[in-house]
Each structure stands twice: as C-alpha cells, then as structure tokens.
Design a binder for this molecule. Sequence first.
Ligand SMILES: Nc1ncnc2c1ncn2[C@@H]1O[C@H](COP(=O)(O)OP(=O)(O)OP(=O)(O)O)[C@@H](O)[C@H]1O
Ligand SMILES: [Mg+2]
Length: 368
Amino acid sequence: MARIDLDLAHSYLHEPQTDEDYALLPLKFTFEDGGAYALLGPSGCGKTTLLNCISGLLHPSQGTIVFDGADVTRATPQDRNIAQVFQFPVIYDTMTVGENLAFPLRNRGVPEAQVRERVGRVAEMLDLSGALERRASGLAADAKQKISLGRGLVRQDVSAILFDEPLTVIDPQLKWQLRRKLKEIHHEFRLTLIYVTHDQTEALTFADQVVVMSRGKAVQVGPADALFERPAHTFVGHFIGSPGMNFLPAIWRDGAIEIAGRRYLPALSPSVGQALQAAGSFRVGVRPEYLHLADDGDAQAVPVRVERAQDIGTYWLVTASVQEAGAQVGTLRARLGAAAAALRPGDTAWMSVFNRHTCYYVNEELVP
Ligand SMILES: Nc1ncnc2c1ncn2[C@@H]1O[C@H](COP(=O)(O)OP(=O)(O)OP(=O)(O)O)[C@@H](O)[C@H]1O
Ligand SMILES: [Mg+2]
C-alpha cells in the first residue's frame, strides 16, 4: 500500500487558456497510506480524470504524482501497481469465476497455493464461494461486477485500489451489501482505497475522507460529519444533504445582521463578526435539520410564508419563502416534526435560523 501525493493539473486541450479549459485545476492533495477515500461530485467535475491520473491511464498535463516518495508521473499503470475497478464489469467470459479471480495473481506468477488461499478468501467475502466453478459468461451483470470487484481485491501487493462508480450496474439492495463489504474489507486489509461516485450516500457511508469536487476543483476534503456541519463552500452545503443547506442573503448594518429588513443579534465569535462586518453582504447557511418553528416575533427567527408541507413519513418537509416588501428574497426548506402538520400554504410561520449550527458565507466560502 502506498501514500499518494498529487500536485497536478490536467487539460485535455493542447493549449489551455482559461480555467474552463482544465478538467482538473491545480490540485495538491495527499492520500494517506491505508485510507478509504471517496471522490464525490456531479457529472463532469473531473472524478474519472483524477482517478485515471492516479492509475496512470492518463498522464497529467502538468505536475507530479508521487507514490511513497517515488515520482511515478510518467510510469505506466503496471509499474504503479494499481488495481482499478470500472463502472462496467471487465471479466473473461470464457473463464470460470475462480479463474477470473485468480487471473491477476497467476499473471504475476504467485505460487498456486497462495492463489487458492487468496481466491477462496475473496470469494467468501463476496459470496461467490458457491460459484467458483461456474463459467462467467452466463452470469447476471451484478454477479459479473462482483467478480470485477474481487479481481481488484485479490492482490495483496497493490499500491492502491481505485473504483470508478463500480456499483452503478448493481441493484439497490445488493449495492448496500457490497458497500458494507468493501468497508469491512478495508478494515481488514487496510488497503488504500479511492472510490469515485456521484452518490453522496455511497461516499459518506464508504469513506473516512470524502473529497468533494466541483468543476475541476476539490472544494472540500473531510469526514462526513464535517461536510454536513461545516461545509467549506456553498456548493458543498447544497450538494451534501437532502435537501441541501439553505442560504439566506444578509447584510451587516449597525452592529447587527439584517435579513429581509429584520435585525438579528446572534452569538458570533469576534472573528466571524469582524469578517461579516468587513464583507458587508454575505449569506447565512442553515441545514433543514437545524431549522425549527418558533414563536411569533422570536429574536432568532425569520418570518416565512409557508409554500408546502409534505409528510415524508419520519418527518415533515416544509418549504417556505422569505419575503421583503412583497418580493421573495429566499427559500427555506425545513425538516420538522408533527407540529408542521398544522401548516397550510399561505400561512405565516416563524423559523428559528440562528443556533450553534448556523454557518456564514462570504463569496461562497465559509467564514471559519
Ligand atoms: N477524453 C476526453 N477528452 C476531452 N475531454 C474530456 C475527456 N474526458 C473527459 N473530458 C472532459 O473533462 C471534464 C471532466 O470529465 P470526467 O470524465 O473526469 O468527469 P466525471 O466527474 O468522471 O464525470 P461522470 O460523473 O459523468 O463520470 C468534463 O468536462 C469532460 O467533458
Ligand atoms: Mg466519471
């Protein structure tokens, strides 16, 4: 296993001019030895490009990639000793399941006794033990993808295992099981795992560290709770959570925060107060989970017009608009308890916005 240091940028164009020409903007990052990472972001943000730079399928147009102190920027995937599992299964139809799993080991001349032991182990983890003698050609797509995963996991000597959306072809129930399996496997073998997905649940349940990407940039790296509690960028606030974080436009006036014409004096650390004062205008971020109904006129609450209250089963999802002089200046989505059942579209309600979870954003960046 390896520690991987990246300091690179990549453009698919010969002569990139603007930031838009880069699939990956200059990025400096270290994947620690034995860590479980997810690369999370919307389609086209550069996840596969980054993964392929790490594996060596792609050479970055600028910068370096270092494995355990050795520069591998120009090295091939074979030299880097990486196992990669792709979105669609890559297996040999003419071989049996067992032969498929053994292939990466036999290919490297691993002694047969060791091959058997390893294949047995991996097959057991993936519930493939009963299918080892079967020919791979007749199997369903999800079984084939399990074999692909197994082939990625079977070698013990790899620097890292890279997964590019490997569970796309797998049905939801099995997906959940496999994700848990991968996590167990990671705990047992302490492999460096890098897992690409655009599904936040997948990323947050699988990885210790999630790299959130947006348009060629890593906008935040952190464990699930940090991404939830303290999104470093409004993009992360939007992208993580369901629904995402709410943002209300605010200004600093005469020593107070003003939202839609009302003044608020929430508890702020001196440094946050100074930053907001300096910025003048900013956004207040609060997650749907941390909004609650307040009494009319409550000092920490914003008056809203209820647009919709939906019973989601375990909670109510209330959508409300924030108005100033008859114009809508913002929207709040709140996860509320049974009290929300009484809300009707058009009602005025007060939602408490300021609490210890409230975040402040200047130019889309979190005020630390
Ligand atoms: N071979 C290529 N040639 C030119 N441009 C490419 C190539 N591959 C990707 N791109 C562009 O680079 C950017 C990043 O693409 P990439 O495939 O890395 O995104 P992704 O995050 O993996 O997306 P997805 O979730 O759809 O797989 C996109 O704008 C894409 O159009
Ligand atoms: Mg991709």
